[in-house]
Design a binder for this molecule. Sequence first.
Ligand code: NAP
Length: 248
Amino acid sequence: MLKGKCAVITGSTRGIGKAIAIKYASLGCNIVINYRSEKDEVNAYKLSEEIGKLGVDTLIVKANVADFEEAKNIVEKTKEKFGKVDILVNNAGITKDNLILRMNESDFDSVINVNLKGSFNCLKAVTPIMLKQKHGKIINMASVVGVIGNPGQVNYCASKAGVIGMTKSLAKELGGKNINVNAIAPGFIDTDMTKVLSEDQKKNILSQVPLKRLGLVSDVANVAAFLASEDSDYITGQVIHVDGGMAM
Ligand code: NAP
């Protein structure tokens, strides 16, 4: 389904990004793996080896997406190696939760800088390439809480609501150029990001999920594969919820 394509997936050494990388690779897509911290280097090489066994090519680029030049470098390196960028998945994201009274300025800034500005940085770098090649699929990782809000996550919800606004605006800008821009809004997915939740918090979340379970990374990866494929060619500017029915 994605044979011979090339996808940049930010934050792809763990969790949802890793699952998307493996899913895309299983469909024949070459993968650009990105991570930020030293501790993830081993994961990046392990993932590259795993993906290589599926018969596709990989490139590893260590970069902090919040840094404009580093984000640009991911895309430049990709263009150098593969000559194109068919798919961008803006997946890298962080949380720094606290109630507003305890949330400090740097917790707000860092979440906005990675989740929102980081997505902008990659979009800025990839758009000229996609315009020139006259095709592209962009998938931005939002969140259900960017739509419905969540106490203790003023910074995170603002960043994800921003991602949704950016997705819709860019879909309108690029719609006439054969470039699809969509967002996925996962609910609570079982990854390192949600491992920090207490049993009480998990119980409370599950009470709001009609499908009565946390999501799996594969639930999100399957939708990301659909949005990267030609099966979704007439879909743009949408926010696809993968949240077990939390928001409806
Ligand atoms: P995760 O397990 O914590 O993994 C996050 C990935 O992003 C890691 O590979 C991390 O690498 C990378 N990353 C973080 N900051 C980065 C930066 N500045 N530059 C480059 N890479 C960076 O997270 P996840 O749960 O898979 O979440 C993935 C995405 O889905 C995020 O955007 C998140 O907000 C969104 N989401 C998750 C859930 C959920 O329930 N898990 C729900 C809704 C939305 P390093 O450790 O090397 O920095």
